[in-house]
Design a protein around this ligand. Structure first.
Ligand code: GRF
Length: 202
């Protein structure tokens, strides 16, 4: 399974997946890293790890569809089977999401379906939940609403602020994403009729 990781920023989740994929029995190969931001720190980290890394700056494109078409072309050119979003901060056109349906996953820093969108740690503190965490899910057109593949939880502790909570969650993100990707790449959690089919074994 040839995997592309899409980033916009520092790429710490990307690094955790690249590291995990070095294991000889890992069911996926990280074949490409793409960023919509040329200045993303993660691009350099990917190149240092020996992964082909490329920026496709979204700013010169006239609209969402034309940027997504360029992204799609780069993914197909590299023979990508599966797309992993890791801090990729752009919303896709419905057509792109349809084209990659069941073959594109994302990590989100909350226990979905709670706290979609941004500032999830602030949202969690405002809601007063005692458990928070992260979710890996299939990407569907509605933001952060796709079928859930895996989750990890952390406690919310007295005195937490968004930063301390984010620091606790990111540790779990780095453990969860490589595991969830392995599950998907091995065919053990395919998307079927809008649900994740955990009984599937290939
Ligand atoms: C992570 O918290 C991820 O869940 C969220 O954005 C952050 C990206 O961090 N979508 P990094 O670029 O992987 O370090």
């Amino acid at each position: 399974t040839r995997v592309a990781i899409l980033i916009s920023g520092r790429g710490s989740n990307m690094v955790s997946v690249i590291e995990a994929a070095k294991a000889p029995d890992y069911p996926a190969e990280i074949a490409l890293v793409l960023s919509n931001r040329p200045e993303a720190a993660g691009l350099k980290r990917a190149a240092e790890a020996g992964i082909p890394a490329k920026a496709i700056d979204h700013t010169p494109f006239a609209n969402r569809e034309s940027f997504d078409a360029a992204l799609d072309a780069a993914l197909r050119e590299a023979g990508i089977d599966l797309v992993c979003l890791a801090g990729f901060m752009r919303i896709f056109s419905a057509g792109f999401v349809e084209a990659w349906a069941g073959r594109m996953i994302n990590i989100h820093p909350s226990l979905l379906p709670l706290f979609r969108g941004t500032h999830t740690h602030k949202q969690a503190l405002a809601a007063g939940v005692r458990l928070h965490g992260c979710t890996v899910h299939y990407v569907v057109p509605e933001l952060d609403a796709g079928p859930i593949i895996a989750q990890a939880a952390v406690p919310v502790l007295p005195g937490d602020d968004p930063e301390s909570l984010a620091d606790r969650v990111i540790v779990q993100e780095h453990r969860l994403y490589p595991k969830a990707l392995a599950l998907v790449a091995a065919g053990h959690a395919p998307l079927k009729d809008g649900r994740v089919d955990f009984a599937a074994a290939c």
